[in-house]
Design a protein around this ligand. Structure first.
Ligand SMILES: NC(=O)c1ccc[n+]([C@@H]2O[C@H](COP(=O)([O-])OP(=O)(O)OC[C@H]3O[C@@H](n4cnc5c(N)ncnc54)[C@H](OP(=O)(O)O)[C@@H]3O)[C@@H](O)[C@H]2O)c1
Length: 305
């Protein structure tokens, strides 16, 4: 980076991994309540593949005139603070951006972001690991807010995609709210799912009191809920129809610095799963996207600028 610009990965015309390009972007100073973070690591999430493929442009959720920024969660070090910010330069932080329609993103060397969207990374938690926590741990916590506490007379929760990021956090956190968890995952993921304290299935029966749909199976997962039970999905742009008296909700993950601080502390303490598939340079973002698109990836790809 020279004095006035930083490198960022963007898409101009989204058309898959080959349309990711690295551009130089003018450096901006943080405004009131904001900080500038020197990014150490950015997680590669399924939603990023959708942005790069143009799925969210086609849905009318992105209107960037020049280019669209990529990425959601990240970890790094505070490089500059705006007025009214108490965090000090040099503090290790992690966080996530909010919303689709942006010309910037964490796939970059620098990011200006409201301080309230960040949490301090505990000592001993590597920034490449911390970068994998924000979106998916908060998604699970906020999904469980929608599901609420388990009723005493029906606490059997099926978590689909329990070997994935959202699913694993959901399976790990749900017992605190009274749910008895069974994780749906591939046969080869049984050991991991059981390590979360959950029961395991690769072929679920119907009749669950609730389903948390971390695999985005959608209508097929609603069909597994008992009459009058509860379903929470992960695809806000494709909410399944309600049927048989089932409550249907969908999580829309939003930044929450205070809660993220707790989730990072629990990750550092080994209470929550944290898996890194590989750490790649930012310039290899397209390779990470191609690998993710094939499926079967366990743990996050992390990009280092
Ligand atoms: N709404 C929100 O705010 C929000 C926030 C975060 C994530 N999300 C969404 O949540 C979803 C999950 O994200 P993630 O990061 O957790 O993805 P992930 O890590 O890829 O996990 C998905 C898991 O589901 C498994 N799976 C898929 N179909 C299955 C099936 N039929 N049976 C058993 N397992 C199956 C996958 O296995 P294979 O790899 O073998 O297929 C994978 O282990 C994505 O659609 C993402 O966009 C939404």
């Amino acid at each position: 980076m020279n004095a006035a610009t930083y490198r960022a990965a963007v898409v101009r015309t989204p058309a898959g991994p080959d349309s990711i390009e690295i551009v130089d972007v003018p450096l901006t100073a943080p405004g009131p309540g904001e900080v500038r973070v020197e990014i150490a690591a950015a997680g590669v999430n399924p939603v990023d593949l959708g942005v790069v493929n143009g799925v969210f442009h086609a849905l009318g959720m992105v209107h960037q005139p020049e280019h669209t920024g990529i990425g959601w969660d990240f970890a790094g070090t505070i490089a500059a603070v705006g007025p009214g910010v108490e965090l000090a330069v040099g503090t290790r932080v992690a966080g996530l951006v909010d919303g689709f329609d942006r010309d910037f993103g964490p796939y970059a060397e620098q990011l200006v972001i409201p301080a309230a969207q960040l949490a301090v990374v505990p000592d001993g938690l590597d920034l490449t690991v911390a970068a994998t926590v924000p979106v998916n741990a908060l998604a699970a916590a906020q999904l469980l807010d929608l599901l609420g506490d388990a009723p005493a007379d029906g606490n059997r929760l099926l978590v689909t995609g329990a070997a994935g990021a959202v699913g694993a956090y959901t399976a790990a956190l749900a017992p605190e709210r009274g749910w008895r968890v069974t994780g749906l995952a591939r046969e080869q993921d049984e050991e991991f799912v059981r390590s979360l304290g959950a029961e395991f299935t690769a072929a679920p029966e119907r009749g669950w009191d609730a389903v948390a749909d971390g695999a985005a199976l959608q209508e097929a997962a609603v069909a597994l809920v008992r009459d009058g039970g509860a379903f929470v999905g992960v695809q806000p742009s494709a909410r399944p129809a309600a049927e048989r008296g089932i409550s249907v909700d969908v999580v829309v993950t939003h930044p929450d610095g205070a809660r993220l601080g707790d989730l990072l502390a629990r990750t550092a303490a080994g209470e929550l799963p944290a898996r890194v598939q590989a750490v790649l340079p930012l310039a290899q973002a397209a390779e990470a996207h191609r690998a993710m698109a094939k499926g079967g990836v366990r743990g996050r790809y992390v990009l280092v600028p």
